[in-house]
Design a protein around this ligand. Structure first.
Ligand code: ADP
Ligand code: ZN
Length: 216
């Protein structure tokens, strides 16, 4: 069992945060909190929040800090998070990090480690634009790196795979720009708090092993 259990996964879109999270979750009873997934669920349910978020997400822009922080705060309060959690894709701005700190303080918790997934831009763009996933089970494939056994079909569910609208080349480039402008400052922010650990681009199996080592 890993000892560091209250985690933030930080990294550009496509850096492998989601893949890392599912690798950990196969062995550890942590709650996976992906703000992207929560927002996509809001869109699917046709909520007001979802409608507003969809416009921003399709352009690759960020949803306002207070809104995402509010969603995360509500989720962290639920008691299944007492065993530990992975924040995947949140915080994405310094403001969000500060709101998170307040929220955690309010429930007597703190972050144990921030894992930064360090991957070069050319790999990120290749991955993002080749990313396809299953609507039914959420499994993520990559046309280049992790293709499904049968073209464009989920190995597990046998349904068609789809590309997220924000994974087009144009939007992917915009998302990387937003990452460097808004999210990258968090690397130094967490370094100064002595919470940061980095993981370089490696193949999937190795990445999971390295992650487990770091979370000891
Ligand atoms: P990825 O990690 O591949 O970029 P996500 O699923 O995390 O994808 O996010 C998709 C989109 O959802 C983002 O481009 C952004 O518009 C919105 N989003 C997700 N998390 C946040 C957040 N913490 N703050 C603001 N917007 C967010
Ligand atoms: Zn599936």
């Amino acid at each position: 069992m890993i000892s560091k259990r209250n985690l933030i996964f930080l990294g550009a879109p496509g850096a492998g945060k989601g893949t890392g999270a599912s690798g950990i979750l196969e062995h550890e009873n942590l709650v996976h909190i992906s703000t992207g997934d929560i927002l996509r669920a809001e869109i699917k349910n046709g909520t007001e929040l979802g409608k507003n978020a969809a416009v921003l997400m399709e352009k690759g822009e960020l949803v306002p800090d207070e809104i995402v922080a509010g969603m995360v705060k509500a989720r962290l309060k639920q008691h299944d998070c007492d065993n530990g959690f992975i924040l995947d894709g949140f915080p994405r701005t310094i403001k969000q990090a500060e709101l998170l700190e307040d929220a955690l303080e309010g429930i007597g918790k703190k972050i144990d480690t921030v894992v930064y997934f360090d991957v070069s831009d050319d790999i990120l763009l290749k991955r993002l634009t080749a990313r396809i996933s299953c609507k039914q089970c959420g499994k993520i494939y990559n046309k280049v790196f992790v293709p499904p056994k049968k073209e464009n079909t989920c190995d597990d569910c046998a349904v068609d795979l789809f590309q997220r609208p924000d994974d087009s080349l144009e939007t992917a480039k915009e998302r990387l720009k937003v990452f460097y402008a808004s999210t990258q400052p968090l690397i130094d922010y967490y370094k100064e708090k002595n919470l940061l650990t980095s993981i370089d681009q490696v193949e999937k199996e190795k990445m999971i092993a390295v992650l487990f080592e770091k979370l000891g």
